[in-house]
Design a protein around this ligand. Sequence first.
Ligand code: NAD
Ligand code: WQD
Length: 346
Amino acid sequence: MKEKILVTGGAGYIGSHTTVELQTAGYEVVIVDNLSNSNEEVIDGIARVSDSRPAFEKVDCTDKAAMDGVFKKHAGIKGIIHFAASKAVGESVEKPLLYYRNNIVSLVNLLELMPAHKVDGIVFSSSCTVYGQPNPKDLPVTETAPILPATSPYGNTKQIDEEIIRDTIHAGVPFKSIILRYFNPIGAHPTAEIGELPNGVPQNLIPYLTQTAIGIRKELSVFGNDYSTPDGSCIRDFINVVDLAKAHVIAIERMLNNKSKAPLEYFNLGTGRGVSVLELINTFEKATGVPVPHKIVARREGDIEQIWANPHYANEVLGWKATETLEDTLKSAWAWQQKLRERGIM
Ligand code: NAD
Ligand code: WQD
């Protein structure tokens, strides 16, 4: 068995897939999740996929004393992957303090507790949202692209969290960090045992699309076809969630085995391919044979016109590359949606 890793937010979408990959790679995982955006059955799904059950603590990361208790109870945690956060952009505009408290206090607590518990490093979930709308000449975006003012409190928490980690490492703490900037994670585990469980009406494209395909929603609204892109709809870099999860295992190995080039490193995690919203719908229909009723509506406020990653640095330095095709990824999202129906969840 390899080192013990604390995965905060491990019952969530990306955290559950990452726990599977960590366990498959031989790591011992302790999940902390307050289940604010997930449920405990996800732990059963993880156990079914990886033949091993992670330890699970229903604890809120903003509760420092409780987090201290987790480190004591599971003595010997060597690394942390910090997923736990609130992530709905729209909700963050309505409830900024909830976002600032949750996303910032959780991180500060972990950083304060790490030295006392001799934790060697923390991998942090950041987002391409820190780049805002890059200048077209900067596309695809590299890690050195300018960080633009955040357009939502959620985006701002990611920028502030990155700065908190930077300043803490700069002050010479005895641990390392790797900041991973995800582009648009989509899809589900190929077993359809775990996937994305959106709360209420989905705000993100893929869950809305699969819910439309299965008949829960009448039609998908495409937000704008008058952008300066080849077909007028927005362009994103859709990355398979299992590919994304695997990058975390590599990041943990790198940090814990002293392979990092610097105490703090940043990596873009994307495919390097920009796909438009209309192209994505078309690919889904072709890959699954299921039609997606959709209509063009007005632009969504605050949307970025186009962004996709230059993943070269992650490819070269981490030796990681997104390998799943968009077709297979969309099929996995569809299989997951069907599984939710089978289980009577939606
Ligand atoms: P998710 O909501 O599915 O998972 C987050 C998990 O954290 C949930 O299970 C939730 O219950 C838990 N949680 C939230 N606050 C907590 C707290 N205070 N204490 C303990 N548990 C808490 O989200 P996700 O899509 O898996 O995202 C994981 C991380 O990746 C987040 O930090 C998110 O901001 C970041 N991220 C996500 C995306 C995306 O599109 N999904 C893109 C870029 C970055
Ligand atoms: C993708 C595209 C929409 C829904 C958000 C966060 C970002 C990051 C990832 C965490 C856009 C279009 C969507 C719909 C549509 N999360 N769309 N109809 O906006 O790229 O990024 O999630 O860090 O911070 O902002 O993702 O899935 O919402 O939208 O046409 O019903 O799909 O306009 O062009 P987005 P998304």
